[in-house]
Design a protein. Structure first.
Length: 290
């Protein structure tokens, strides 16, 4: 790793000021679980590393009066995993966390880092996209709100400016408990997924009103299955629908081969995992205890 200067601002304002001094040669660091590996392999060679860890009041999980949940960007993944608020409001996140990397990584990695890294194999971007979460950002231009489903624009690429930071993530009020996330790993259960499917069903008495379905690990960004969502809309959830939806999904996607599986393999996984994820979302909703 090449030498660098480590700076430790105590506010987001100070951090974006430091990032703006030399954006091309600066990187922010939160948990460091992704950035350190990229710096060691010299994919990134910043001369200034701006640690976000000393920023005051940047780690929290709060229920707001309008029913939304606000999560500070520096909140550790293990805090999400163990949060009673998350378990009640968005249990799909708590359940997914157990299979995301390992305890050591979750104890360091932050939610802001998980959304900013931009690796298309990550678990949280499709989940938070399916839940219609938003990322709130700050830069010298001011603050803006970016839907998580628009954050990722390419392979390891987000729409964030070099001197823009996520300071908070918000989950909408009244998330449907009919939600699931399933990942297929080819090695251990907590490995990077060869395919991940996040499902969020708005359902009333077995009747699907609408849905949000995102797949990870099949393209350079999380992929929304818009045609499948249309196909499921206004349908009763029946075994026949599950089978046809799974077939339909595997035809809608255009997966790319990578080190975790060939395109053909991922298409086959989609067929199996969409069906399972829909069924699991339904069961999670039926068994949800307020
Ligand atoms: C062994 C191992 C196994 C893993 N397995 C999985 C897995 O199964 N599933 C999975 O989803 N992930 C997995 N990961 C990835 C892990 O989730 C990420 O490394 C982690 O979420 C990144 O968060 P961080 O806080 O450590 O980010 P950092 O490494 O600190 O930063 C990552 C990137 O985000 C930027 N950044 C950080 N915070 C912000 C912010 N607030 N605003 C804007 N930009 C910011 C940094 O500049 C950097 O470019 C694994 C990682 C390791 C090391």
């Amino acid at each position: 790793m090449l030498p660098f200067e480590l700076l430790k601002p105590t506010s987001f304002d100070e951090a974006i000021e430091l990032l703006s001094l030399d954006p091309d040669n600066s990187k922010s660091i939160a948990g460091g679980t992704a950035l350190m590996l990229m710096m060691k392999s010299q994919i990134f060679t910043p001369t200034q590393v701006i640690s976000l860890r000393n920023i005051k009041d940047s780690s929290y999980i709060k229920s707001e009066s309008n029913g939304e949940i606000s999560i500070g960007a520096l909140t550790k993944l293990s805090d999400l995993e163990n949060s009673a608020i998350i378990a009640k409001h968005a249990p799909v996140i708590s359940r997914a966390m157990i299979k995301l990397a390992n305890v050591r990584v979750r104890n360091s990695a932050t939610l802001g880092g998980a959304l900013s890294h931009g690796d298309p194999h990550m678990d949280l971007p499709p989940i938070l996209s399916a839940l219609s979460a938003n990322a709130r950002t700050i830069s010298p231009e001011g603050k803006r709100t970016i839907p998580v489903d628009s954050l990722h624009i390419g392979y390891y690429e987000t729409c964030l400016e070099p001197n823009e930071l996520i300071y908070e993530i918000t989950l909408p009020a009244n998330i449907s408990p009919y939600s699931s996330y399933l990942k297929c790993t080819t090695r251990s259960a907590d490995d990077w997924p060869a395919l991940g499917v996040a499902v969020n069903l708005m359902i009333e008495n077995n009747h699907i009103e609408s849905s949000r379905i995102f797949m990870g690990s099949i393209a350079d960004t999380p992929t929304r299955l818009i045609e499948l969502e249309k196909r499921l809309s206004n349908q009763d959830l029946t075994p026949a629908l599950l089978i046809s939806a799974a077939e339909f999904a595997s035809e809608e996607i255009d997966p790319v081969s990578d080190h975790l599986g060939s395109a053909e393999y991922k298409r086959q996984l989609a067929k199996v995992y969409v069906k399972r994820a829909l069924l699991e979302a339904y069961n999670n909703g039926v068994n949800y205890v307020k």
